[in-house]
Ligand binder design. Structure first.
Ligand code: AMP
Length: 558
């Protein structure tokens, strides 16, 4: 369908970049993309106020890829990200969007990996360098010319970089690049420190921000669930077990995701179908008709495909992928609660999207309370309840119609009525797991789902500058966390950001998984997820920070 790619096609991206975007399955640019892409393409400096989940990565990656010269084998764009996790994510996004641009290479540069190969890849002419500031400064110390050909600089999640104490590193990096470069700064918030950087290092920047009007949503009960991105399918399947829905619409971001999730649901026996911009109009109408009359119960759709959808049977909206902006959230959940009925809206939030949840709450003026993933017992109870509900109406007149047959069968088989009833149940439930152990075996708990990662305002603490008092009042432990101790402290030249970086890198964790970090003179304390702690400590057993072994151990206050 050409009209659905019209949105991207109108943006003047390089044809090869456009082709890659279409191949990715995005149907239309998000609000931040519509606004930022033309500004960046035109070569302006820019301040973009946007958080994760708005599509901000593509908002800078697409125009930058459109502007680089693949024939020139030298670094042309530098993206700075606060953590290795984000750097890798951004690098992967660039690789996806550069798929149809032969000769374009992307290198991710972060701590915890050997420096030699990184420097070699930069020198070999990777055009796009995605880096964490600390490691990049290490490279600059070895080769001060390494950034001398950069023409585009992006500071991604600038507020997070400053929170992690990268201010000084940023200054070093700014100095190592040509002044004529284009600088783009993305930040969820614009505190004074960020404005000061913009003032000093950006030239006449354009401001891009998604304006959000307050929206009201009534008659819809809204809840959210914290989940890791790779566990979404498992989480959706679990939620569906306990949610009592009539019809449900689930929203995802790409065409492929509609197909994947709809197929996963069908495989579990749900009457589900995908709805996306590739589906022909008459087929689309058939899907909607089927949802209306009950031949389908679940439709997994993209925003574009679900536009204007009005099916009163829809009791539930599930935001499997976060919407790009609060407007589209309000629009999506408006698919339920039609015609004066009440509806329920579920929102799956990955740790990095927590901010977006806050924005949604602010814009709608409503709290979107947290629910936990149902445990095996709840799943079992829900299954039994469904079975009870389906059998109860049949019992009343069954004995009259089938009593005699039962007598004959029990006599012929030589079994009790209870044994026969049990056999019939097994057949009727199609081998579905209906004991707690079976459910537990069938559906392993989604790891990391209990409790969910907590956001904190102050995740790290500076070393104790006075350096004198090693003992002080114990700091209360964050929920779901265990406190661990390392013998490395401020006297070893360790700062909280070093510990954070090393543990994130080696432990393969999301930033939110790590709680408070307290650096003392001769030791440090770090909060880590209680769940799976032993495995994590095993993973970290050979980790070194500042050249010294980290040796984290569980720590008890007493
Ligand atoms: P970001 O806010 O950059 O972290 O992006 C969040 C997610 O949205 C990523 O998984 C992207 O692949 C996806 N995404 C970005 N732009 C679009 C778009 N126009 N259509 C669909 N998905 C998108």
């Amino acid at each position: 369908m050409t009209q659905e790619i019209g949105g991207f096609a109108a943006l003047d991206l390089h044809p090869n970049v456009l082709a890659a975007v279409i191949a990715t399955g995005y149907e239309e640019p998000s609000a931040i993309q519509i606004q930022a892409i033309p500004v960046i393409l035109a070569g302006h400096d820019m301040i973009g106020q946007a958080q994760t989940g708005t599509g901000k990565t593509a908002a800078f990656a697409l125009p930058i890829l459109s502007r680089i010269d693949p024939a020139k084998r030298q670094p042309q764009a530098l993206i700075l990200a606060p953590t290795r996790e984000l750097a890798l994510q951004v690098a992967t996004a660039f690789e996806t969007y550069a798929k149809q641009m032969p000769g374009v290479n992307v290198i991710a540069v972060y701590g915890g990996a050997p420096m030699g190969p990184q420097l070699k890849a930069i020198r070999n002419g990777a055009q796009i360098v995605v880096a964490t500031p600390g490691r990049l400064v290490d490279h600059l110390r070895r080769d001060e010319k390494v950034l001398s050909t950069i023409q585009h600089l992006v500071l991604d999640e600038a507020d997070e970089m400053l929170k992690l104490g990268f201010m000084d590193d940023l200054e070093v990096i700014f100095k190592a690049m040509p002044e004529s470069r284009q600088t783009v700064l993305f930040s969820a918030t614009l505190p004074h420190s960020i404005r000061a950087i913009a003032e000093k290092h950006l030239r006449d920047p354009k401001h891009v921000k998604i304006e959000t009007k307050t929206q009201t949503v009534t008659a819809i009960e809204q809840v959210h669930l914290m989940v890791h991105a790779d566990q979404k399918h498992a989480a959706v399947l679990r939620l569906l077990e306990v949610e009592e829905f009539d019809a449900l619409i689930g929203f995802v971001r790409t065409k492929q995701a509609t197909l994947d999730l709809a197929a996963a649901l069908e495989a579990k026996g749900y009457k589900a179908a995908a709805l996306n911009g590739d589906i022909a109009q008459n087929q689309r109408e058939r899907v909607i008709e089927s949802l209306k009359d009950g031949r389908l119960d679940i439709v997994i759709a993209t925003d574009v495909a679900a536009r204007g959808l009005d099916v009163p049977r829809i009791t539930h909206v599930m935001n499997v992928d976060m919407p790009y902006d609060p407007e589209s959230y309000v629009h999506r959940i408006g698919r339920t609660g039609r015609a004066g009925r009440t509806g329920r809206a579920l929102l799956l939030v990955t740790p990095r999207e927590r901010r977006m949840l806050q924005v949604i709450e602010r814009v709608t003026g409503q709290k979107v309370g947290e629910v936990k993933l149902p445990d095996a017992k709840q799943v079992l109870d829900a299954r039994i309840k469904k079975l009870t509900n389906s059998l109860a109406p049949l019992v009343a007149d069954a004995e009259a119609s089938h009593g005699e047959l039962l007598d004959r069968l029990t006599a012929d088989i030589g079994c009790s009525p209870r044994a026969l009833a049990a056999a019939l149940l097994r057949k009727a439930t199609n081998g579905q797991a209906l004991t707690l152990t079976e459910v537990e075996r069938d559906q392993p708990l989604v790891p990391g789902s209990s409790g969910g990662p907590r956001e904190r305002s102050e995740r790290t603490e500076r070393p104790d500058r006075e350096g004198s008092r090693e003992r002080r009042a114990p700091v209360p432990l964050s929920e779901g966390k265990a406190r661990c101790r390392t013998a490395l402290g401020a006297r070893d030249g360790i700062a909280a950001k070093n510990l954070l970086g090393a543990i994130l890198n080696e432990g393969d964790l999301a930033r939110e998984d790590i709680g408070r970090i307290q650096v003392r003179e001769s030791f440090s304390l770090v909060e880590l997820p209680e769940e799976g702690l032993d495995r994590l400590l095993g993973k970290l057993k050979d980790t070194r920070v500042g050249g010294k072994p980290l040796k984290l151990r569980r720590y008890r206050e007493d």
